[in-house]
Design a protein around this ligand. Sequence first.
Ligand SMILES: Cc1cc2nc3c(=O)[nH]c(=O)nc-3n(C[C@H](O)[C@H](O)[C@H](O)COP(=O)(O)OP(=O)(O)OC[C@H]3O[C@@H](n4cnc5c(N)ncnc54)[C@H](O)[C@@H]3O)c2cc1C
Length: 374
Amino acid sequence: MGATLDLVVVGAGIVGLSVALAAARKGKKVLVVERNAKAIGASIRNFGFITISGQKAGEHWERARRTRDVWAEVAEQAGIAVIHRGSVLPAYRPEAEAVMEAFLTTPMGMECRRLTPVEALAHVPALRADGMRAALWSPHELRVESREAIPKVAAWLEQRHGVSFQWNTVVTAIDGTRISTSRGPIEADACVVCPGDDFSTLFPQRVAAYGLRICTLQMLRVMPAIRTRFGAAVMSDLSYGRYEGFADLPEAAALCRRLDVEASEMRGLGIHLIAVQSADGSLVVGDSHVYGDAPEPFAKDRIDALIMEAFDQVFDLPGRRVVERWCGTYASARDRVVMVDRPADNIRLVMVTGGTGASTGFALGEQVVDTLFA
Ligand SMILES: Cc1cc2nc3c(=O)[nH]c(=O)nc-3n(C[C@H](O)[C@H](O)[C@H](O)COP(=O)(O)OP(=O)(O)OC[C@H]3O[C@@H](n4cnc5c(N)ncnc54)[C@H](O)[C@@H]3O)c2cc1C
């Protein structure tokens, strides 16, 4: 008897939803199986910042461009608000300005441009003008509210594309076309496992071969004292020294050396600044990166204080209040930004291993589905 399902996807984070969408668009009958009653992992804890400028050059940057286009389509159809577009990266140190200028000469910089401080403030009036040398304008980015967007993507997949969901169900083993779950077995022709940072439930030996670590991030929601408009996402000098699309440029070496002296504690904790705005005017602000073999359970006040120090260096928002704090985790690899493993011809194990799944997941889902059903 043939299996009635073409594909089971394990995990209802953005990577699993992306695989489900790509397969459904090929006319496949898809079931997503998720351990929790709703997605509660990295995909709803992030900035909802669909980033292109700053992604690793080459294939990953291309993935981000494609993913942004899919997000634009999905957002419109699923009723997801795009809260702002583009990003502004002010450069306060001459070394950051040099990285910005170098980036603009690469193919990735072609649609971006240099802004004067006055032009930067026209996008984001809360920026500090004093000491700002220039800013990078990138037109590509989108910002969605992930905690609302991810459930809406799942509901839209169900209604529009006929994707089924089985919540509160753990997949415990996969053997050929038989998928064992905490609620009994399922038969499907193919299975794609998108477990986020769960390294131990499915194919643990195969996952172990990649030497992955867990990265824990601290995040804050900040309410300005007076309403201020963010017309774009904001990053900072620290981001030019961290995001691979900038930090891999030779010009970044001098910036990193300077940051290692002037901001050594922040650099040691992997802190850089991203600030994006929500519909109620509050700002999602982060983040830090602490690596280990398990999620870090305890959020450190010192890390939050350093993130807010980085925030106050870039924004002039006296009286701002922290109104929410949370941690998130993701799978991290030293040597790759994505991991696609092939336990069998009809099975794939997929992880985004560089903290960019919101920005690259839809394209990665298409790539995985193309090879799976080739
Ligand atoms: C704080 C933070 C900020 C970030 N900011 C950004 C950003 O702005 N832009 C960006 O592009 N990226 C960002 N990232 C990275 C991005 O969020 C992740 O790369 C992405 O969410 C990973 O998606 P995922 O589907 O693999 O994982 P998850 O969202 O963790 O989902 C995995 C799901 O699989 C389920 N699961 C695992 N095993 C099983 C099993 N055996 N059976 C059933 N279910 C199972 C889990 O319950 C979980 O729901 C950020 C990450 C964090 C933590």
